[in-house]
Design a protein around this ligand. Sequence first.
Ligand code: NAD
Ligand code: UDP
Length: 312
Amino acid sequence: MRLLITGGSGFIGSHLCRTLLAQGNTVICVDNFITGDRDNIKDLIDNPSFVLIEHDISEPLKISEKLDWILHFASPASPKDYLKHPIKTLKVGTLGTHNCLGISRLHNARFFLASTSEVYGDPAISPQPEEYWGNVNPVGVRSCYDEAKRAAEALTSAYRREHNIDTKIVRIFNTYGPSMRLDDGRVVSNFIYQALTGKNLTIYGKGDQTRSFCYIDDLVEGILKFLEVDYPGPLNLGTEFEFTILELAKQVIEVTGSTSRATFLPLPEDDPKQRRPDLSKAKKLLTWNPRIGIKEGLERTIPYFRKKLGSS
Ligand code: NAD
Ligand code: UDP
């Protein structure tokens, strides 16, 4: 197959590029490096089945080779990144998604949207099933991301209805692992970086807010299985291992063996209090079950951060 992956130099996108290439596919990666890291794809550049197009997907793009799939992963994803680039985030979720759907239509290719648990906002119910419509503040600081993804889902659904495009929507919950930027500001990368450099771990609020963390290999396996089944979604992917941010800090300190302590900072505006996916659909449809718990996931991630710190 020939797949176009937007955001292919980012954290999740680069893992997908590598896995899809290893399976014998041709991968065209479109990225403007706004939050991506060239190092994430440097081992792929010389692969004859890999093509890099440096381009902002919020602007139209013409591809001449026949495509089978468009996987739209381009978007700032960390709160720190999208708060820095709110308009670009809205553009890539709306105009970028529209451009990708246009490419799909032209090539009669299938379309896969990377959406997010953020479409549920600060959820009033837990765990969150796909049927839940969410609780999003449309004018809050996070709305540039949440509403962009909600619009992306709406555009995808409209193209499916009006133009019969074969589409899929995945709602990804907090995922971590090697190839995250050390300074991307997300909680797992922040804590590992702080623990390894002897800084205090920054807990926002009391640290009693919860998240469910998924290791990248489990997520990639779920995404690839989802590509194969005849189901449009939306489909939640993540884990049901829900715990507080304070508990995460303790785990990071334990696994790194750091002497760092915790420091408490104000809770950011509209920070969701809880988040855990209802995975019933994914487990049944994909016969998939995320296996890697937080301790093992941290043990697999920390060496990457150590290496990066050593070379920076
Ligand atoms: P990331 O920031 O590491 O990767 C995003 C990539 O998209 C980067 O390489 C960036 O340069 C690229 N990009 C952004 N805007 C672009 C544009 N206009 N044109 C071309 N390229 C552009 O983030 P990630 O964690 O890998 O997230 C990838 C996707 O998965 C995002 O769409 C995100 O919303 C979604 N997602 C991720 C998580 C998670 O926990 N990592 C959770 C939910 C959803
Ligand atoms: N968080 C924290 N310290 C940090 C970074 C994040 O306490 O250094 C908290 C943040 O307030 C949120 C949770 O950790 O409650 C997850 O944040 P992240 O930015 O990773 O992703 P989110 O799930 O909010 O999109």
